[in-house]
Ligand binder design. Structure first.
Ligand code: TYF
Ligand code: FE
Length: 376
């Protein structure tokens, strides 16, 4: 039996790649201007920076948004004959870059490529009147990349090449604070390779595993392993489809994304009830709530909690607990027409796990959607 706490498990991670957290997440999209408007209006992000023709960038437009410690970049190419357009043509809108805030972008590149990472961008230094940002990048699963961003000698708004984006339209935030974890879907039998990659190349450790026996019943069959760095600021669960009675939700993703990629981004809030009410009022669509029985069983399953269960029920918020506390979570529907990327809103009250006690209820909700799309 596994008896180590999460803190004990992550203490075994290697420290050749110190990571301070997520620096930004960059999406390649068909229309960055409209996507940026959606993330401001619906999710409560604020305008931060912009790069495009007006700033001397001829081939693309990038809008940087911020909320709490979260930064998103929405990027579009301006011509069809561009790698970003190729990416969007194949995958639809999706996550291209999971950027990590590091102390040393040059050594991050050297240490990871030495351990087998496929290079995406050789280390380079960008400068402007506010200092310098150093960056480099490597490929992870599919066409997704990890950029390493070093900004200890930079005091500007975002990074050289971007200008401050002053917008008169700044909807109120929704209480989103930081990126809790980002989940990747990989192909059949690719799990072990991807897990090994995070161990060997990044020095991460596997802190949790769910096999298809635990996750597969009538529901979406899949396997999942959570990889973490040594301070727990960077957590990347990996999912692989499994053979089940019905088509795995992971298989549906792989078909529509046309490859491996980011499945969901989990963002933390300190008041999930308030955040979810806010997001719903702005048109964010969530998966349907589990049946009443789920909430009737909640006191027995998770013990005493601070929140009023009827309120959680009316919003469809899920609760799970582990030895260290409990967590509240809820999942949006995919935010594109392809059933690919979605968001998770999570509030942790001690628990460092991922809601395994909710998998049954969650996957049944997911499957109701999958069925409506004719993909089950
Ligand atoms: O990140 C997690 O593990 C949870 C649960 O397809 C989860 O958010 C796992 C697999 C999945 C959807 C959610
Ligand atoms: Fe999650």
């Amino acid at each position: 039996m596994e008896t180590l706490t999460f803190a004990e498990k992550i203490s075994k991670a290697q420290d050749f790649l110190p990571i301070n957290g997520t620096d930004y997440i960059e999406f390649y999209v068909g229309n960055a201007k409209q996507a940026a408007h959606y993330y401001k209006t619906a999710f409560g992000f604020q305008s931060l920076a912009y790069a495009g023709p007006e700033t001397g960038v001829r081939d693309r437009a990038s809008y940087v948004l911020q909320q709490g410690k979260i930064r998103l970049i929405l990027t579009t190419a301006l011509k069809s004959d561009h790698p970003i357009s190729e990416h969007v043509k194949k995958h639809g809108d999706g996550v291209k870059v999971l950027a990590l805030w590091v102390d040393d972008a040059y050594s991050a590149f050297e240490e990871t490529t030495k351990r087998g990472a496929k290079p995406y961008m050789e280390p380079k230094t960008l400068t402007d009147e506010y200092g310098e940002v150093k960056m480099s990048g490597i490929y992870t699963y599919g066409e997704t990349v990890h950029m390493f961003i070093e900004r200890k000698n930079y005091i500007g708004t975002f990074m050289p090449g971007y200008r401050v984006w002053e917008s008169d339209y700044q909807p109120a935030d929704a209480g989103l604070l930081y990126i809790d974890h980002c989940v990747g879907n990989v192909g059949w039998n690719r799990m072990n390779e991807a897990v090994q990659w995070y161990e060997d190349v990044m020095g991460f450790v596997n802190i949790l595993s769910f096999d298809d026996k635990q996750i597969n019943t009538e529901y979406s069959a899949l396997m999942s392993k959570v990889m973490s760095n040594g301070n727990g600021f960077s957590k990347f669960p990996i999912n692989e489809p499994a053979e089940g009675k019905k088509k795995s939700q992971i298989e549906e993703y792989l078909e529509y994304y046309e490859g491996e990629g980011v499945q969901h981004i989990a963002v933390a809030t300190k008041d999930i009830v308030k955040t979810v009410k806010e997001l719903k009022s702005r048109g964010v669509e969530f998966l349907s709530a589990p049946p009443e029985a789920y909430y009737d069983m909640m006191p027995q399953r998770v013990g005493k909690i601070d929140e009023e269960i009827s309120l959680l029920e009316s919003l469809g918020i899920l609760v799970d607990c582990d030895e260290e506390g409990y967590l509240l979570q809820i999942f949006t529907k995919p935010v594109e027409d392809r059933p690919t990327l979605f968001f998770e809103i999570i509030q942790r009250k001690g628990a460092q796990s991922f809601g395994a006690g909710n998998f049954k209820a969650l996957f049944e909700s997911l499957e109701r959607e999958q069925e409506l799309r004719g993909n089950l």
